[in-house]
Design a protein around this ligand. Structure first.
Ligand SMILES: OC[C@H]1O[C@](O)(CO)[C@@H](O)[C@@H]1O
Length: 413
């Protein structure tokens, strides 16, 4: 309830603080209190980050994956825009950096305006007793009048969820462990692909290889474009090939590119600018191969999977937990990277490659396929059928009874 009442206000206030931060960064005298407020409101953004959940709740199961990945698509477009702005503003002396930093005001304004028109999900309306409004919203987003079956399922699921007073305590129950472990570990793995290191330090790497300041920025625009274009592949592919196929294929692709990059840098980059141009460009291509693999798998699926694997009673808490873990590991890797690079040098590529082997095996053996399954039937049709996780559902504290019978929702998938 509180979440709904304050959601719009939080977004609006959050965007005001972001605007303030842009202003102070532009002036070049960012104060420490601005840092504190930004950090606080940054945390708030992630804690209340409901977008993938929102999409997974309202999307038809058949298209849920693709629609959900539009969220990551916007993240990649944001990174690409930032790269392009950096590329061009770096040529404007002496004030280009002000435009570059101040440009962050644009998404802050869009966020602020968006918070005024954001709509509520049928599930959230029904959950709060506004059944008629929920039914109306459901009809609106489905674009058809006949939504009774789905409405009944949501109603039934919310009745069960209402009886649950402590979502976080429930999250610790034995029957919540499969979703909690998989949703959380996926976040750790997403960051241990090394994506943020590669995306954000690529210009430094390219410069070290002697591509020059301009070429390195241009290269980061190229990697940014590959990132966005490959996310499109995920949007169209995820509901056809399934989640596991994309994760496994990409793990192999990323592993090959990391290992070859590591070997090449180890062999040929002895000091700054000591690698030949041909090798330097091969490394750029390998990095693009890595980024594309990530962008159609571990990147978007890191948001999609935690938003669809939890039953309603623990969905928000579980997703919140997973997102927090993602943020913590993003932060840790960003902080540790430079020190690691100084000590490990090109070995850092082998470090991430080792993680990719582990995560590939995890996807093969431990991740159930969730493609096309209505989210309220995930326990029944995904977890309880999985060779390893099914044993967690034999105990008395089973989390949630299936909503709707299997046959009734088969056609939705
Ligand atoms: O596309 C790269 C981006 O994708 C994420 O892994 C998940 O949204 C971010 O951490 C990263 O910056």
């Amino acid at each position: 309830m509180l979440q709904e009442v304050w959601k719009k206000t939080y977004h609006a206030i959050g965007s005001l603080f972001l605007l303030y931060r842009c202003y102070s960064r532009c002036r070049g005298n960012e104060s420490s209190d601005a840092h504190c407020w930004t950090a606080l409101f940054g945390c708030r953004c992630w804690i209340w980050k409901p977008v993938p959940l929102f999409i997974s709740e309202i999307a038809p199961p058949k298209y849920r994956g693709g629609l959900n990945i539009c969220f990551q698509m916007l993240i990649t477009l944001g990174i690409l825009c930032a790269n392009i702005v950096n590329y061009f503003t770096s040529k404007l002396h002496p004030y280009g950096w002000r435009i570059s930093l101040g440009g962050a005001a644009v998404p802050a304004i869009i966020l602020g305006l968006g918070s005024l028109i954001i709509v509520e999900t049928p599930t959230s309306l029904i959950e709060r007793g506004k059944k008629q409004e929920g039914l109306k919203a459901l009809k609106k987003i489905r674009g058809v009048e006949d939504v009774q079956k789905e409405y009944d399922e949501i109603l039934q699921a919310t009745e069960v969820a209402k009886k649950i007073d402590h979502p976080f305590r429930n999250l610790m129950k034995r029957s919540s462990r499969p979703q909690l472990i998989c949703g959380t570990i996926l976040q750790v793995f997403q960051q241990f692909t090394g994506i943020n290191v590669i995306m954000f330090y690529a210009p430094v790497l390219f410069q070290t290889m002697g591509l020059g300041g301009d070429a390195s920025l241009l290269s980061s625009v190229v990697t940014g474009s590959i990132n966005s274009a490959s996310t499109l592949v995920a949007i169209f592919g995820v509901d056809i090939f399934g989640r596991r196929a994309l994760l496994i294929e990409a793990a192999i692709q990323m592993l090959i590119s990391q290992v070859i990059t590591g070997v090449m840098l180890e062999e040929h980059l002895k000091a700054t600018n000591s690698i030949s141009k041909v090798y330097a460009y091969i490394v750029v291509v390998l990095i693009c191969v890595f980024v594309s693999g990530f962008a159609w798998s571990w990147g978007p699926l890191g948001w999609l999977i935690p938003s669809e694997i939890f039953p309603l009673e623990t969905r928000t808490a579980g997703f919140f937990f997973a997102v927090s873990v993602n943020m913590i590991f993003t932060f840790l890797i960003a902080q540790a990277f430079l020190t690691m690079l100084c000590h490990m040098k090109s070995g850092i590529f082998f470090f991430f490659a080792a993680w990719i082997v582990i995560m590939g095996c995890w996807a093969v053996f431990f991740l159930p396929e969730t493609k096309g399954i209505p989210i309220d039937e995930m326990n029944e049709r995904a977890w309880k059928k999985h060779w390893f996780w099914k044993k967690y559902f034999n105990s008395d504290d089973e989390a949630i009874k299936p909503v709707g019978d299997k046959a009734s929702t088969e056609e939705k998938a």
